[in-house]
Design a protein around this ligand. Structure first.
Ligand SMILES: C[S@@+](CC[C@H](N)C(=O)[O-])C[C@H]1O[C@@H](n2cnc3c(N)ncnc32)[C@H](O)[C@@H]1O
Ligand SMILES: *[C@@H]1O[C@H](CO)[C@@H](O)[C@H](O)[C@H]1NC(C)=O
Ligand SMILES: *[C@@H]1O[C@H](CO)[C@@H](O)[C@H](O)[C@H]1NC(C)=O
Ligand SMILES: [Zn+2]
Length: 641
């Protein structure tokens, strides 16, 4: 991620409501968008079956079996399985909370009966308890439950706005209990045909209702309080921006008195994210979402925000409330970042209804003397509800058979529970060490030094080299100065005006202690959880939009993908980035004790932990520049989740 990438991003979020929508209609023009005359707004009748295409593939994912025209593989992206599994897990917890408030217990496949699990009764007592329970009920009055695949009259009304093959909706219907209905909508006629066929194939026609409409129009038609959806899932190819305005108005209201809220989930899309730097996305998406909600006296409360593979996905609740909306202004911040050493400072725009004073930095960086770049605005509040994340984590950990990607869900959510909630930005190990051209301390050494000095430190689920800390930048640079003393950098190689020279010419005031502490090793890492995914498959990455032209076009495109895989030349990688990226790989010669290059070696000389070795090696390193974003080095934006 280069410095320059911050700016287009910010332009996007800063655009006015009108231009955002207009941009949406131009850029977000869906593939195969039927002409308006063809567009229907009623439930799509699934009666007339088309003759099935000559070649067809079926894929099983979760409890759904989906037919795809194999001519057009873009309809199924297996890498998104984690995303869909996680979404099922999140909506299940949401349904559990929501329905419990109405006295309905959801029955999750694989979970034992809650009463029997929670209360560890002896058999006799259990019998007594069951008898008592029975005694309290009027004859014929069963405790109310909701199971998967059946309509729950008081359950959640779900909209999947961009449903493609219907896979996600069908999985909701077959795997998430407590649903009243699922509308599976897509603008493309071909997609809706496919949805209809798959709905029949899976026997969920009673729950899943295919629709063909522009998702925005559909959501605008559901603004009336009584017609809103309880869950809206949006999974666009491009920017989610065009959908935010309609979405924040079509999602039902939080139920404040029970403390239980309704939700909305908005993920982000690959293509758009590739143009901007991926770790920055979450907080900017949250900020733009809140901004849209604010227009309608509503505001968002994040439940869970994930940056994974090539996309980000945020789960938020939406509430109405004038007073709270006013407070939204103080949830956003700008970032000042030094272009020389990468040190950043947050600047809130508002503090308790009055304009904040600033800037938080002098014109020249206190550490290296260079200028600052301005970034943001971004969401500066916590991005997860840890209580809710804990529930999802608990449910998935105790029932791992439920999802194919349970292990990864467990790893990622565990890192999230360890993240410092009040520290929005992070540095990366590589960025810190490449700024002063020194060797890279191990993550444990740096974390230990911060803890010894009395600060907090955590990872970020968005980046495996992240250093999130409440230490002031002066303390962080002192620790790096002390580290450099242990593996000195040759001063004569440094230009006197370089950030490295300036930083290293100051004596540290803090005496860093790099002795490894037990508590420096995050528990998720100690337990060996699967936390940061290596590239999952050969052709991994976002799928292109479906294109007219059928099979031949599809094949030609796959061929192009194959040709370009690992060969993305444009934009050419910046030398600084390349150096930083190489530095994240352990040096083989150094391991064997034969590397002569010392500090000059382009590979890392820090001893890799077994996990690091498993997660990144020179041979199966990042396959595109977008995953495992390279250590930013001197010329990058701050890591933001
Ligand atoms: C990334 S795919 C959705 C994948 C799906 N959610 C899943 O998990 O399998 C995006 C879909 O959005 C549809 N689409 C694009 N713009 C749309 C719009 N304005 N309204 C409705 N659907 C749209 C496209 O036809 C495409 O099928
Ligand atoms: C769609 O809805 C509009 C407004 O409710 C209506 O005028 C139109 O006839 C509908 N179109 C179809 C195909 O149902
Ligand atoms: C560093 O920390 C270790 C473990 O707490 C301690 O034994 C050691 O004395 C410390 N070293 C310094 C120089 O303070
Ligand atoms: Zn600086």
């Amino acid at each position: 991620m280069s410095r320059a990438r911050i700016l287009p991003w910010l332009n996007l979020t800063l655009r006015s409501a009108c231009s955002l929508c207009r941009a949406g209609f131009m850029e977000g023009q869906p593939q195969g968008l039927p002409n308006p005359a063809e567009m229907e707004n009623g439930t799509k009748p699934c009666g007339e079956e088309r003759p099935s295409e000559i070649q067809e593939t079926t894929v099983t994912e979760g409890a759904a079996k989906i037919a795809f025209p194999s001519a057009n593989e873009v309809f199924y992206n297996p890498v998104q399985e984690f995303n869909r599994d996680l979404t099922c897990a999140v909506i299940t917890e949401f349904a559990r909370i929501q329905l419990a408030a109405k006295g309905i217990q959801i029955k999750v496949p694989g979970e034992k009966d809650v009463q029997k699990v929670v209360v560890d009764l002896s058999e006799q007592e259990e019998e007594k308890a069951e008898m008592k329970e029975g005694a309290n009920l009027a004859p014929g009055d069963q405790p109310r439950t909701a199971a998967v695949g059946e309509i729950c009259e008081e359950g959640l009304r779900v909209l999947e706005g961009l449903a493609a093959s219907g896979l996600r909706s069908i999985r909701f219907a077959r795997e998430v209990p407590g649903l009243q209905s699922v509308v599976a909508n897509d603008a493309s006629a071909r997609a809706v045909d496919l949805i209809c066929r798959n709905v029949q194939l899976n026997g969920v026609a009673h729950l899943v209702h295919p629709r063909q409409a522009d998702a925005r129009m559909l959501m605008y038609q559901h603004q009336k309080v009584s017609e809103r959806f309880d869950v809206i899932d949006l999974d666009p190819y491009g920017s989610p921006a065009p959908f935010l305005d309609a979405a924040v108005q079509a999602v039902s209201e939080g139920v404040a008195d029970t403390g239980v809220e309704r939700g909305l989930s908005v993920p982000d899309c690959p293509r758009w994210l590739m143009a901007i730097s991926h770790p920055q996305a979450l907080r900017i998406v949250l900020h733009s979402l809140d901004l849209r909600a604010n227009c309608y006296q509503r505001f968002v409360v994040p439940l869970l925000s994930i940056s994974a593979d090539f996309y980000v996905r945020v789960f938020v609740r939406v509430f109405t409330g004038q007073a709270k909306v006013k407070a939204s202004a103080s949830k956003q911040a700008l970032v000042f970042q030094c272009v020389g050493c990468g040190t950043f400072h947050l600047q809130q725009s508002w503090v308790k209804f009055s304009a904040a004073c600033g800037p938080p930095v002098a014109p020249e960086c206190e550490h290296c003397g260079q200028r600052h770049q301005l970034g943001g605005p971004l969401w500066a509040e916590p991005i997860h509800d840890l209580d809710f994340v804990g529930r999802v984590l608990e449910a998935v950990s105790t029932n791992p058979g439920r999802f194919h990607t349970s292990e990864r869900i467990r790893g990622v959510l565990s890192v999230i529970t360890e993240e410092l909630p009040d520290v929005p930005l992070y540095y990366t190990l590589d960025q810190l060490s490449s700024t002063i051209h020194c060797s890279t301390p191990s993550l444990l050494q740096l974390r230990s030094a911060l803890l010894h000095a009395g600060f907090q430190v955590s990872l970020s689920h968005a980046c495996k080299n992240a250093v999130k800390t409440d230490a002031p930048s002066s303390a962080l640079w002192d620790i790096m100065r002390c580290w450099e003393k242990e593996c000195p950098v040759k001063r004569e190689r440094l230009s006197e005006t370089s950030p490295a020279f300036r930083i290293l010419s100051v004596e540290p005031r803090l005496q860093a202690n790099f002795t490894i502490r037990d508590d420096a090793n995050p528990s998720s890492r100690q337990r060996g959880l699967k936390r940061f995914q290596a590239n999952p498959e050969a052709n991994w990455g976002p799928r292109p939009r479906a294109r007219p032209g059928g099979k031949a076009a599809g094949e030609a495109m796959e061929e192009r993908r194959r040709l370009h895989q690992n060969k993305r030349k444009e934009p050419a990688e910046d030398p600084v980035q390349r150096a930083a990226r190489l530095k994240t790989f352990p040096c083989k010669r150094f391991k064997e004790g034969t590397c002569q290059r010392g500090d000059e070696c382009c590979y890392s000389h820090s001893s890799p932990t077994p996990e690091d070795a498993a997660e990144a090696t020179p041979n199966d390193g990042p396959k595109t520049p977008y995953q495992n974003p390279p250590g930013p080095g001197v010329a990058t934006g701050p890591g933001v989740d």
